[in-house]
Ligand binder design. Structure first.
Ligand SMILES: [Zn+2]
Length: 179
């Protein structure tokens, strides 16, 4: 279902709405050219101001963002440029947090394997980075208008909980040997 709709908009109520939007966003037609083509092909008269206003106010930017995102990041339309650049930024941040999280996780696993003491700061780092990644994924999905209940994020939290258990086991074992 389209996000924007106005009962007074000629384009919203046109049977050729989808086509008009495609002309504008995919073929890059100006509102004037799209209105002219509509008249030429279908004999339907809509002012270019109506087309312009429709594309500005009623066009489904979220759906377009999703589509553009899947296809390619290049060649963005004006209306979705902001959403996409936010997503790209979040991805870069999430990637950084994720790399850090993975590095911390590897380190913890290594320490557990070698039965070394795990520094609390390392555990904090794991928790912080996992939380960051989860938040960034959620925000990204929200920007894309998709379900924020992310499987990746949930999987990550599960991994973190596993690691925390390992950490607690290792520490209690150490305490056991100390006393
Ligand atoms: Zn409209």
């Amino acid at each position: 279902m389209p996000v924007g709709y106005s009962s007074r908009c000629r384009v919203c109520n046109s049977p050729h709405r989808v086509e008009i939007e495609q002309w504008c966003k995919e073929e890059g037609l100006s509102p004037r050219a799209a209105a002219a083509r509509l008249l030429e092909v279908y004999g339907e008269k809509v002012s270019h101001q109506s087309v312009w206003q429709h594309m500005r106010d009623h066009f489904d930017v979220q759906a377009e963002a999703r589509e553009q995102y899947r296809k390619s990041r290049a060649n963005m339309e004006k209306g979705v440029g902001k959403t996409l650049s936010d997503i790209e930024m979040l991805e870069a941040i999430a990637q950084g947090s994720y790399d850090l999280n993975q590095a911390a996780a590897e380190w913890v696993k290594k320490l557990v394997k070698e039965k070394e003491k795990i520094p609390g700061t390392l555990v904090d780092l794991l928790a912080t980075t996992a939380g960051e990644v989860r938040q960034q994924i959620r925000t990204k999905l929200e920007l894309l208008g998709e379900d924020p209940g992310s499987k990746i994020a949930d999987a990550m939290v599960a991994t973190l909980e596993e690691l925390q258990e390992l950490y607690q086991d290792a520490n209690s074992r150490q305490e056991g040997t100390d006393s």
